[in-house]
Design a protein around this ligand. Structure first.
Ligand code: CA
Length: 238
């Protein structure tokens, strides 16, 4: 039998946490709860989870900080589950390394769809499907970048670049199709596995800007990840 995927809920409102846990278990996942940020961080780092649902306003340590600290150690998919609706919070959440966010109130069906997509994507299935023409384990070289498809890692001039899973998926897809322009909608579908209903194209922009900070000499004047105004993004052949 396939082992159950394990989800960590970090949420200080006990009612919400319990209802979530109940519903998530009913869908066949295992589930743990942490009621504050510190406990959430400890569990996230010491336990082995397939996905983390992370609240923002938490006692002891807020969700942004928890997310940043988890990212030093792990690429586990993180979805912010938050009452904060302000755009800047969403953007900031993604910049701290989260993979996605859901704003309260949300339907459990929507959350479940996002959980499934993020777990599937994290296991590499979505990207493998998107870059199916790439032989497994091959190295892609673009300028000073080397994308190692066997180890899901990227180096620049031989120096490893710290990337979240989503950063990696995006750069790998672009590198596999150097020069080809992808629309934001294309990228949402291929990298995030979302259809139009769940997708938010700003997620793509934020991820691109995060990625540029990591790989470009001057993120304001990118030499690798180029924008095609009004269309989308492509990786420049160098
Ligand atoms: Ca809270």
């Amino acid at each position: 039998m396939e082992t159950k995927k394990k989800i960590l809920i970090v949420e200080d409102e006990k009612n919400i946490a319990m209802v979530l846990a109940y519903n998530i278990k009913k869908e066949g996942f295992e589930c743990d709860i942490a009621y504050d940020g510190e406990d959430g961080l400890t569990k996230a780092i010491t336990g082995s989870y397939d996905l983390i649902l992370l609240d923002i306003m938490l006692p002891k340590m807020n969700g942004f900080e928890v997310c940043e600290k988890i990212r030093y150690k792990s690429q586990v998919p993180i979805i912010f589950v938050t009452a904060k609706e302000e755009e800047k919070d969403k953007i900031f959440g993604l910049e701290t390394g989260a993979d996605d966010y859901v704003t309260k109130p949300f339907s459990f069906r929507e959350l479940l769809a996002r959980i499934r997509v993020n777990i599937r994507r994290s296991s590499g299935e979505v990207v493998r499907a998107a870059v199916q023409e790439a032989p497994a384990g091959s190295l892609l070289t673009v300028g000073e970048l080397v994308i190692d498809q066997e180890h899901y890692s990227v180096t620049k001039n031989g120096e490893p670049i710290e990337l979240s899973k989503k950063d990696y998926d995006l750069i790998a897809l672009l590198a596999e199709n150097v020069g080809k322009v992808f629309t934001r909608e294309d990228l949402l579908e291929k990298v995030w596995g979302y259809d139009d209903y769940f997708g938010d194209i700003r997620t793509v922009d934020v991820t691109v800007s995060r990625l540029r900070k990591k790989i470009e000499k001057d993120p304001a004047k990118p030499e690798y990840i180029m924008s095609k105004r009004g269309v989308g993004y492509y990786l420049c052949a160098r």
